[in-house]
Design a binder for this molecule. Structure first.
Ligand SMILES: O=C(NC/C=C/[C@H]1OC[C@H](O)[C@@H]1O)c1cc([N+](=O)[O-])cc(O)c1O
Ligand SMILES: [Mg+2]
Length: 214
């Protein structure tokens, strides 16, 4: 059987990026996915919004739900201050295998803990297994129908503190309507929408930033 799309993406990184240079890994993936083969990375347009929110929050502990091939993992980890940590959760073992290699190629493996498994099972174990008190930043980019249950789970497990920032991808395309309703109607969040476009396309999409008010 042939290679998979994630494996072809990894080959493009190994061929075109410089080992230990996160920006070159990001550029190599964006070039490949824009000109050769689309893939569901947050991409360069929404990536700039992710970068700006991250720089503003400057999280000590960050969580990513939905690693896929590690593109946004690299985008986030490259901006973390020394000593800060990113935990990223991926359900699909084939995606996780490629992500490990892309994160290592970027030289960011010491800042990132990649955990394989269903987010719903892993979130309740975060405190005990990873010594996490709470997250300062959460990037939601996994199954869109898990955004609401996992946000509620993070609240119930005491993993959010006053000021924690949730940033959700794809709230327009493919869409996360229940999530938008939840964070926009809840008195516990202050939300705003960053209009952009679906990665590598002209279709509208955007990111929803929601600050937990405690
Ligand atoms: O399903 C999407 N993401 C959820 C990913 C789901 C997969 O990754 C987590 C889990 O292992 C699952 O196999 C998605 C889909 C599109 N899309 O245009 O279809 C665009 C995006 O940015 C997306 O994050
Ligand atoms: Mg996405």
């Amino acid at each position: 059987t042939g290679s998979s799309r994630p494996q072809r993406m990894l080959k493009a990184v190994q061929k075109n990026a410089t080992k230990g240079d996160p920006q070159s890994v990001i550029s190599a993936i964006d070039y490949y996915c824009r000109h050769k083969e689309w893939a569901m990375n947050v991409g360069d347009d929404k990536g700039l919004i992710l970068d700006s929110v991250l720089t503003e929050v400057n999280p000590s502990t960050a969580l990513e739900l939905g690693t896929y091939c590690g593109y946004s993992t690299v985008r986030i980890a490259r901006l973390l201050s020394p000593g800060s940590k990113l935990i990223t959760v991926e359900f699909n073992p084939a995606f996780a295998e490629v992500a490990h290699q892309i994160i290592a190629y970027a030289g960011l493996q010491d800042k990132v803990t990649l955990v394989e498994g269903p987010s719903g099972d892993l979130i309740p174990k975060m405190k005990e297994q990873f010594g996490i008190k709470y997250f300062d930043f959460v990037f939601l980019d996994h199954w869109k129908d898990r955004y609401v249950p996992d946000t509620k789970l993070l609240e119930d497990c005491g993993l959010l503190k006053k000021g924690t920032v949730l940033l959700a991808d794809n709230v327009i395309c493919p869409g996360a309507p229940e999530y938008l309703k939840y964070v926009r109607n809840s008195p516990r969040y202050e939300s705003r929408y960053y209009k952009s476009n679906l990665e590598y396309t002209k279709v509208e999409d955007g990111l929803e930033k929601s600050v937990f008010l405690g």
